[in-house]
Design a binder for this molecule. Structure first.
Ligand SMILES: *[C@@H]1O[C@H](CO)[C@@H](O)[C@H](O)[C@H]1NC(C)=O
Ligand SMILES: *[C@@H]1O[C@H](CO)[C@@H](O)[C@H](O)[C@H]1NC(C)=O
Ligand SMILES: *[C@@H]1O[C@H](CO)[C@@H](O)[C@H](O)[C@H]1NC(C)=O
Ligand SMILES: *[C@@H]1O[C@H](CO)[C@@H](O)[C@H](O)[C@H]1NC(C)=O
Length: 591
């Protein structure tokens, strides 16, 4: 039992006790440094995987100071879905946040307060509708604020939820919005099966290696500068518990670097070329992804161009390590390690031309595996924990650190605190899942990993066809080249049953497909002049879009998607002046 402060004021002798009491109070809500990068393949730090290992000395120092969770997965490998499921601790199909175009619409769990970015992109009525269907009762930011934490947010959040009201310094942080038609039309029409007919990746492989400050956007450097400065100025010496969030875009595209990082990586040796499944043996889901990313002809590219591209990505990871390292150095020099936690995580990975793909949006290891390191009081140092983990574990972990009661009914929280997992290397639920419904995926994709087995299940296609599931053993086949599903049907059923415990696959996929249809009609079709603008918009989304593709879109849409008359006038025409040609060759005005 601690004496109260008031009692202590009259008993000088108990000042030692008071100090201890204060100390104890402090330790109940330790400071938290939250470090995040975007698009870092989790295997880069895992020496038990054969993945190439660029030098990441700062992150490796953090691993020595804390606990490393090599088998951590993104719950939905794309920016907004990953980040919203992380900050709410819930599945995307539960919060109905499916893609990069709509984030958390409400503010602090209050459905009458709407996120500013939502209002910029959509009408108030639509944002209220999003908020009602999402049913989100605040994020971990809100819970920490309620718990008395002083929040400082630097860099990329990309989740919505009205985080502007915190001490927040952000530059160019896109979140909601229908975005470029090139991206939104592509995403929302994915279930038609249309993919770009024009396949020419060679242009993309020649990435710059001489950009003075290559990290994407200009906010990465200010984020490193300001977080470093705050720690040097003693922010974490405060008696108010601090939550300092420092979040980088790098190694997210654009793929570019400079010779400092390029030289640190060096030639890739046996990792220059990824081993690929032959194109005629690809699973249809992977074929769709490759075609819609326009990488079908990667096999024709020069090996040196492929190595160049891959090396640029690894160099960007070195840059990320460098930026994070500046903050870590300030932390180690200025903060009492018994009074502060450090969490390092990425939202998803990067395929870096494995499986003939770039970017993410895939359940393959390169895209779905993420790094997770946690250091702090009570965390074993230099420990590697084999247990699985996922982004959904971040919310319960932060609540555990902050001693906060959950704001979400426990049955809705998808993850577990990793603090006990670090100690006992044991999860209550011994599998993790992931779900994906956005661009480059023709239908809803679900993943479960248990032990070394990974199952990927595809929801039925629009036409009712069901693609077979994919099964990989990550230990014996780390590059996921050998699909074992046909050979081990009982494993497939067993793992699929685990997935079905978490998701009603067909039902949530149908919800997302209905959303796609509605969004396409509102934000592409109506906005771009209906039938006459439709093909023009689709040609931007899918280079090489032709009449055959238009028929697929018309069938899905239940509306015409016509080609406008060729010629100078049409090429220059604004969407609203476009018209469909009539059967007699006359122009008919668009409806
Ligand atoms: C963490 O590692 C760094 C670099 O090796 C070192 O300077 C620092 O003192 C360590 N901190 C703790 C708390 O172990
Ligand atoms: C909260 O953090 C800011 C830095 O973002 C700092 O200037 C301020 O003093 C802190 N407030 C408290 C109460 O700790
Ligand atoms: C590369 O970028 C870093 C900043 O991240 C800079 O310090 C370094 O000087 C740059 N190298 C070259 C060769 O421009
Ligand atoms: C939402 O969070 C608040 C504050 O933590 C809590 O009092 C309330 O019960 C929660 N509401 C629901 C529906 O979970």
């Amino acid at each position: 039992m601690w004496l109260s402060a008031r009692t202590c004021l009259i008993i000088a002798a108990c000042s030692v006790v008071l100090d201890a009491a204060e100390q104890r109070q402090r330790h109940e809500r330790p400071h938290i440094l939250f470090l995040m990068v975007d698009e870092m393949d989790g295997r880069l730090l895992d020496d038990e995987t054969p993945q190439f290992k660029p030098p990441l000395p700062n992150l490796r120092a953090l691993m020595k100071n804390g606990t490393y969770f090599p088998n951590t997965y993104s719950n939905s490998p794309l920016c907004v879905p990953a980040r919203t499921s992380m900050v709410t601790g819930r599945y995307n199909s539960d919060i109905k946040i499916w893609d990069n175009f709509v984030g958390i619409a409400n503010v602090n769990g209050d459905d009458t307060q709407i996120d500013q970015r939502c209002l910029t992109a959509y009408s108030r009525r639509e944002c209220l509708e999003f908020a009602a269907s999402q049913n989100i009762n605040g994020t971990f930011f809100d819970v920490l604020a309620d718990q008395g934490y002083n929040l400082t947010l630097w860099g990329k959040v990309h989740a919505g939820g009205g985080v502007e009201r915190f001490s927040r310094h952000i530059f160019n942080d896109p979140f909601t919005g229908t975005g470029l038609v090139r991206e939104s039309a592509k995403a929302w029409t994915r279930s038609t099966g249309v993919a770009s007919k024009l396949q020419d990746p060679t242009d993309w492989l020649q990435r710059p290696i001489d950009v003075p400050k290559p990290a994407e956007n200009f906010f990465d450097y200010p984020t490193a500068d300001e977080c470093t400065r705050l720690l040097e100025q003693g922010l974490f010496k405060s008696s108010t518990p601090q939550f300092l969030y420092c979040s980088f875009a790098v190694p997210h595209p654009p793929y570019q670097t400079n010779s400092t990082y390029w030289n640190a990586v060096g030639p890739l040796g046996k990792h220059a070329m990824p081993t690929l499944v032959p194109r005629d043996k690809l699973h249809p889901a992977d074929e769709y992804a490759v075609r819609s990313k326009q990488f079908w002809n990667l096999d024709n590219c020069k090996p040196e161009h492929i190595e160049h591209f891959r090396r640029v990505y690894f160099a960007m990871c070195v840059e990320a390590d460098h930026l994070v390292g500046r903050i870590l150095t300030a932390f180690w020099e200025n903060v009492d390690p018994d009074d502060a936690f450090v969490i390092f995580v990425s939202d998803h990975g990067e395929l870096n031309l494995e499986h003939r793909q770039w970017q993410k949006s895939s359940m393959k290891e390169a895209s779905a595996r993420i790094p997770l390191i946690v250091s702090g009081p009570g965390m074993p140092k230099g420990r590697r924990v084999q247990s699985l983990a996922s982004l959904n574990d971040i919310y319960p972990t932060l609540l555990d650190i902050a001693g906060a009661g959950s704001r979400v009914p426990a049955d809705k929280l998808a993850g577990e605190s990793v603090l006990p997992i670090a100690r006992w290397d044991h999860r209550k639920k011994n599998y993790v899942v992931s779900e994906y419904y956005d661009t480059f995926s023709r239908t809803g994709t679900f993943m479960v990993r248990q032990g070394q087995q990974k199952l990927i299940v595809h929801a039925p296609l629009e036409n009712g066809v069901r693609w077979p599931a994919q099964l990989f053993n990550i230990a014996t086949d780390p590059w996921e080249l050998t699909d074992l599903a046909a050979e081990l049907p009982s494993e497939v059923s067993r793992l699929e049953a685990l997935l079905r415990r978490e998701f009603d696959l067909e039902a949530v996929d149908a919800q997302k497909k209905a959303y796609d249809h509605k969004m396409f009609i509102s934000y592409v079709y109506r906005r771009y002049s209906g039938p006459a603008g439709c093909q023009k918009a689709m040609r931007v989304a899918f280079p090489g879009f032709d009449e055959e593709d238009a028929k697929l879109v018309e069938k899905w849409l239940g509306k015409p998607c016509c080609k406008v008359l060729d010629g100078r006038v049409q090429r220059k025409a604004k969407f609203h002046t476009l018209a469909c040609p009539s059967k007699t060759g006359q122009k008919v005005p668009s409806s």
